[in-house]
Write a protein that binds this ligand. Structure first.
Ligand code: HEM
Ligand SMILES: [Cu+2]
Length: 537
């Protein structure tokens, strides 16, 4: 958690610098450039904050759900943590010393120092070590409890980790067999198309690796806070299995504008992408059912009477609820992005930046904030006092307002044509470009004010984390904020085959082979000329 929030602090500061630079409000000193800052922002927030937070959450939850770790599981979790942490620190040094301004997707033919790719490999190996430690904990539990469905938290953790391990195979293949030999000069050129395809084999499930732990909180923590049970145990398990199936064989939807991939394979993967609508709507349905059921239990009447019965003054709930609401336009935007024709309009524009700030930047990040408000007290044995709770409300509300302003501005600017991932330019005061900034939302002030409010909110969160970690008074017996809230889930009617991993991982592998065998073998057999590296910073 400490590591995650250190990354959050650095990353959000970079975000503020980016907003200021895009508004021509500041200029960086000669030793620092926009792309270096943007690389740090993407890496620290999208890769480091998320990953370390997720493992903190999963590790704590697994020991709560299945019992304390034995010495081996505990030792390997620590080893995994140190390997991942070493990789992260090293990668940050490479970026800050100007040897790796390649953004967090490290697209070839941009070429970083070889050690940058080695450090990334360490980060991934570290997460694998922790993952296998958690899987071993689960296997041991299942052996001790034959024929019993595992607790829902454990099931969801294993689904998330299985997806993560399979997904990483793509990026590991790219880093070990392509980027490292090329960056150290053992080979002269790289197959750009193949390297990007392997990256997105990983990059799309990466977004589900962020999202599934947030869903775990929505499925398991929310009903507990509402005083009810999980709506349906089988529905929850099935939706997680469908997320594994439909999150991996779909990476080509990030490469719709790239030549060299036949339309049919793009079409197939786009179709598989759309399938994710099914588990998403299942999740939405079950959440709203939970809200309504708990509201009616408390005496709500009419269609929307339950809204008033939700525990709005409980920050643990309100933060998660706002996170879910942001996911409605976020998910809708995702459908636009993956649509073959509409993608032509939004591809590589600021629209995309607006999109992921209202998916990972708010639904996921705000769920993690909401979890922090009780998980840190749970771990430190402290309590969330009234003052801190007030700060937490201000923090959540300011993040929502800031994000609404910033991401709306980005969506609109993107539709008008403003590119993403570029240092600010007025393109010699071209009238079209100047026109972008005339709108009500698409003006530089909205972006700047949004960014400033967001940064204020981020710093407030750091203060809250600090208080919960070191300053707040010790919690007493029965303190709600110092508990790990997991709702009961009735698995008595859940079909046993939902926990037969051979079936589900088998289908996942079959779908991956179906979607990727031809395009990848085509890229290797009819490879375009390789590219030498470019270091254009
Ligand atoms: C203080 C809050 C934040 C501010 C002000 C901010 C601002 C920005 C801006 C202006 C960009 C666009 C840069 C460009 O394309 O030229 C950007 C990119 C990005 N942001 Fe944020 N952001 C914030 C928080 C977050 C959070 C919480 C996450 C994820 C957890 C996140 C993830 C990203 C990613 C992945 C990129 C893309 C980097 C790339 O294109 O390589 N941001 N951010
Ligand atoms: Cu994707």
């Amino acid at each position: 958690m400490g590591f995650a929030y250190t990354a959050f602090l650095i990353g959000t500061f970079c975000g503020l610098i980016q907003v200021f630079m895009r508004n021509e409000m500041i200029q960086l000193p000669a030793w620092l450039d926009y792309y270096q800052v943007l690389t740090v922002h993407g890496v620290t927030l999208a890769l480091v904050y998320t990953t370390f937070f997720i493992y903190a959450f999963l590790i704590t939850g697994m020991s709560k759900a299945l019992g304390s770790f034995g010495p081996k599981v505990a030792r390997w979790s620590w080893i995994g943590f140190f390997v991942a942490a070493a990789g992260t620190v090293w990668a940050t040094i490479e970026i800050l010393s100007g040897r790796a301004s390649v953004l967090y997707t490290f697209y070839a033919p941009l070429k970083a120092s070889g050690w940058f790719y080695v450090s990334l490999a360490l980060l991934i190996i570290g997460t694998w070590i922790i993952s296998f430690a958690l899987i071993a904990h689960y296997v041991k539990w299942r052996k001790a409890n034959p024929g019993v469905m595992s607790p829902l938290f454990a099931f969801m953790t294993i689904s998330t980790l299985a997806m993560w391990i399979i997904a990483c195979l793509g990026v590991v293949a790219a880093v070990v067999f392509m980027f490292i030999p090329w960056a150290f000069g053992w080979v002269d050129t790289i197959n750009v198309e193949l390297s990007r395809t392997l990256f997105w084999f990983f990059g799309h499930p990466l977004v589900y690796f962020w999202l599934l732990p947030a869903y775990m909180a929505w499925y398991l923590v929310v009903p507990k806070l509402l005083g009810t049970k999980v709506f349906s145990d089988s529905l929850a398990r099935l939706s997680f299995l469908l997320f594994i199936l439909f999150s991996i064989p779909v990476g080509l939807h990030h490469q719709l504008t790239e030549p060299g991939v036949a339309d049919f394979w793009k079409f197939l993967q786009v179709t598989l992408t759309f399938m994710v609508v099914i588990p998403t709507l299942m999740t939405a349905f079950s959440l709203f059912a939970t809200f309504e059921i708990s509201g009616r239990q408390k005496g709500a009447k009419g269609w929307f009477g339950w809204v008033g019965k939700l525990p709005w003054n409980d920050i643990r709930f309100t933060s998660l609820f706002i996170a879910m609401v942001f996911f409605i336009p976020g998910g809708a935007g995702g459908i636009i992005n993956t649509s073959f024709q509409l993608n032509e309009l939004v591809h590589n524009t600021l629209w995309v930046v607006g999109h992921f700030h209202i998916t990972v930047g708010t639904p996921v990040a705000m769920t993690f904030m909401g979890i922090s408000f009780w998980l840190i007290p749970y771990l430190t044995g402290r309590t969330l006092t009234k003052t801190t709770k007030k700060l937490a409300f201000i923090q959540i509300i300011s993040w929502s307002i800031g994000m609404l302003l910033m991401s709306t501005a980005q969506h609109v600017l993107g539709l008008l044509g403003a590119p993403r991932r570029t240092q600010h330019s007025n393109y010699s005061d071209h009238p079209t470009v100047l026109g972008w900034f005339d709108g009500f939302f698409s003006n530089t002030a909205t972006l700047a004010i949004g960014g400033i409010i967001l940064f204020f909110s981020a710093m407030l969160l750091i203060v809250i984390v600090f208080r919960l970690w070191l300053i707040e008074p010790r919690s007493e017996e029965g303190d709600l904020y110092a508990e790990f809230p997991i709702a009961e889930s009735d698995a008595s009617a859940t079909p046993r085959w939902l926990e037969n991993w051979w079936i589900w991982l088998g289908i996942a592998v079959a779908l991956i082979l179906l979607a990727y065998t031809f395009p990848i073998s085509h890229m290797i057999q009819d490879a375009p000329p390789g590219s030498k590296g470019f270091i254009n910073w």
